[in-house]
Design a protein around this ligand. Sequence first.
Ligand code: 13P
Ligand code: SF4
Length: 304
Amino acid sequence: MIQDIQKEILRLKKENDICILAHSYVAHEILEIADFTGDSYALSVKAKSAPQKTVLMVGVRFMAETVKILSPEKTVLLSHPEAGCPMAEQMDKNLIEAVKKEYPDYTVVAYINTTAALKTVCDVCVTSSSAVKIVKQIENKNILFIPDCNLGAYVRELVPEKNFKLLQGGCPVHASVNESEAVAAKQKYPNAKLLVHPECTPDVVKYADYVGSTSGIMDYVMQSDCDEFIIGTELSIAEHLQYACPDKTFHFLSQKLICPNMKKSTLMDVYNAVRGKSVCEIDLDSDTIAKARRCIDEMIRLGG
Ligand code: 13P
Ligand code: SF4
């Protein structure tokens, strides 16, 4: 049954000239029929070069908005109308404009998990895989990093030559893991490597053997000689890795690492989108696109 729907999706996406991009947090049966899968950075770069007229983003809204900003001529669809990222909604344009007045000589570095409207008042975007590289290259010493204070603290640690101002935002899913869970997991599985997303708190990150984006964690496992891992990001990553590496063993850092928004999109939503039913099209005005694009172009220039 799943295979029949997958076959039909593959046929319809070709017939209707649709490119499917899927973030690594979505279900395995969706990754199997996507044109590209990966972390936020890889997807935003891939979307730009996709030849199809329509792009379907299976992930959350800020990811689909990023595709629209980079390819305004394309029709961009989001797999589920309510798939948002709570972190992206935590800070709005008015708040950041007010903070900028307090810190006028700071470069505003926005995690890509922000709305298109907020990106219009920022200087450069970063993703979890590109943040350190990009921040190092910024000429200004003063960095206002928004909205994720945990990713910001991780970058600050690795770029000590800069002066950081962090605001109190973050991912409710990753920030829910606490230090005692990290200690307990390491004690329970002493031979396993602990791999953690930088959206986790510094109290958890300090125990990690590797810190990286979703793709970074997957690449680490596939290249590692080690055969046992504790996965410190969304639980789906352990599932995808188990398919890719059946002989390796995976443990969850915490059962709380489930992103409800990434779980909203199902294979049936993808099927409905490619056959033109229940379509959620991303619509951004040209002024927002032009202003938000500057900081995404800057991210690709510095992160490439
Ligand atoms: P990545 O950049 O690692 O894909 O992370 C996106 C995200 O939302 C993690 O919670
Ligand atoms: Fe947003 Fe966190 Fe979900 Fe990633 S895991 S999409 S940051 S809520």
